[in-house]
Design a protein around this ligand. Structure first.
Ligand SMILES: [Fe+2]
Ligand SMILES: [Fe+2]
Length: 236
């Protein structure tokens, strides 16, 4: 469903149940004032239509991710899991990282002077973005194709050894991403915005937290399920 600023909040709450938590969080009246268009319902809340839509999108993604977590991936072959990871998590990261980067730049510009720790957060986020960009590229162009080939044709000695090396390299990169996320969580006091933080500040922290949650699920699927299944093919 396409949401515009004219769409009524009641209709959004009915068709996208995950939006209800977002409305609650920002104090938007979606029940009694449900017939109001979104732009009008947001008046006085300090939240823009764009930010609210991004929040709803994040809530929908988090819910979908939660549901996917309950699928039993352990019975699936690692190639179909690679397809799933690309569709669900890689696309998400490519959309989300630039968006969060923009929010980070805005918050830094407005609040950097009063909250200098934001500069360190921005540096970590930039580092994370670079790591992930290169990592997704390696997975999509080198490792996942090699994995699909092994699922189809079997692992001969050299192919299996090359894939094992690649998996170890990816695991090391996952560790580095985990370290960066931990540092970001530390700097932001577990993503609690300071008192009096503006809406964009809060949106940034919530987006970073959603990003972290998605990466945790993503790395879990790769390290614990996909790579483990790949190793069974290499060393049956
Ligand atoms: Fe991945
Ligand atoms: Fe990965």
């Amino acid at each position: 469903m396409e949401i515009t600023q004219e769409t009524s909040v009641g209709h959004i709450a009915t068709t996208i149940p995950a939006s209800i938590d977002v409305f609650e969080r920002f104090g938007v009246d979606f029940c009694c004032g449900g017939d109001k268009p979104l732009s009008e319902a947001l008046r006085g809340t300090g939240v823009s239509v764009g930010d609210l839509l991004a929040e709803i999108e994040a809530a929908v993604a988090a819910l979908a991710s939660e549901q996917r977590l309950h699928e039993d991936w352990s019975e699936r072959d690692p190639a179909s899991l690679a397809d799933h990871v690309e569709r669900a998590h890689h696309i998400y990261l490519r959309e989300k990282l630039p968006y969060v980067g923009e929010k980070m730049a805005t918050v830094l510009r407005v609040h950097g002077e009063l909250h200098p720790e934001l500069f360190e957060l921005g540096r970590l986020l930039e580092h994370l973005r670079k790591e992930i960009d290169a990592h997704l590229e390696t997975e999509e162009t080198v490792v996942f194709p090699a994995l699909r080939e092994i699922v189809e044709t079997g692992a001969s000695g050299t192919k299996g050894a090359a894939l094992e090396d690649s998996l170890q390299m990816l695991e090391t990169e996952h560790d580095e991403v985990g370290r960066l996320l931990k540092a970001m969580r530390g700097i932001t006091s577990n993503y609690h915005p300071p008192a009096g933080a503006c809406a964009t500040y809060s949106v940034l922290f919530r987006e970073l937290q959603a990003l972290e949650a998605d990466i945790h699920r993503h790395v879990h699927l790769e390290n614990n399920i996909m790579f483990a299944a790949a190793r069974k093919l290499i060393r049956p």
